[in-house]
Design a binder for this molecule. Structure first.
Ligand code: ADP
Ligand code: AMP
Length: 214
């Protein structure tokens, strides 16, 4: 299965993506996670990306597209993948189409998680991530058993630098301007699956699976 998960920042893409890839045994390709791993490792790419991420801006297309192209040619993507946080511009979507076309492949579905702005801000600012395994929690909606500690690996939980109210608001503006047009782009291709993201994590997952298996 070749999937894209689309939606504004804090909508729950990463949360649903983790459950989907586990169920279908496909790799989870999150461009945000790739950048954060590069920042942690202190690479040149990480240093460049951080200057944009900290301001709530998109990393330039030319940096993102080449990373995803390389990733898609890796062995584990042979039978499918889930792209999370990519594409984020029409230019990136066109580059993805071109790359898949050259590989003789097509996307099966684009899952669009729709959530209103007030909920997005609450979700993003309450998000906590495990420093060790990357698992995502929410202080109110999906808390760990012990505050600040990951249930899976006992790693330390932290708050992303870009999950401050001002940065989240900027990221939502950038989403509306640059990423939202992709809804129309994929609708015209007949690939879009619209999901109401205001429900619980489990209810949304159930709905996604029901649609994918129809
Ligand atoms: P995205 O990848 O779209 O930015 P995340 O999956 O990281 O979003 O979710 C953002 C925050 O909201 C996280 O703290 C997550 O635990 C929480 N969350 C995700 N889905 C839901 C939901 N359906 N209801 C309540 N909180 C949610
Ligand atoms: P995310 O983890 O998906 O919320 O992404 C965090 C940040 O990484 C974004 O706000 C952007 O600065 C950057 N980023 C992630 N994916 C992309 C992308 N496809 N294009 C441009 N910037 C991206």
């Amino acid at each position: 299965m070749r999937l894209v998960i689309l939606g504004p920042p804090g909508a729950g893409k990463g949360t649903q993506a983790s459950a989907i890839v586990k169920k279908y045994n496909i790799p989870h390709i999150s461009t945000g996670d790739i950048f954060r791993a590069n920042i942690k490792a202190g690479t040149e790419l990480g240093k460049k990306a951080k200057t944009y991420m900290d301001k709530g801006l998109l990393v330039p297309d030319e940096l993102v597209v080449s990373i995803v192209k390389d990733r898609l040619t890796e062995e584990d993507c042979k039978d499918g993948f889930l792209l999370d946080g990519f594409p984020r511009t029409v230019n990136q979507a066109e580059a993805l189409d071109k790359e898949l076309n050259e590989m003789g492949l097509k996307l099966d579905r684009v899952i669009n998680i729709d959530v209103e702005k007030d909920i997005l801000i609450e979700r993003a600012i309450g998000r906590r991530i495990c420093r060790n395994c990357g698992a995502t929690y929410h202080i109110k909606f999906n808390p760990p058993q012990r505050e600040g500690v990951c249930d899976n690996c006992k790693g330390e939980l932290f708050q992303r630098d870009d999950d401050k109210v001002e940065t989240v608001e900027k990221r939502i503006e950038v989403y509306i301007e640059e990423t939202k047009p992709l809804i129309d782009y994929y609708m015209k291709k007949g690939l879009l699956l619209n999901i109401d993201g205001s429900k619980s994590i489990d209810a949304i997952f159930e709905e996604i699976v029901n649609h994918l298996e129809k």
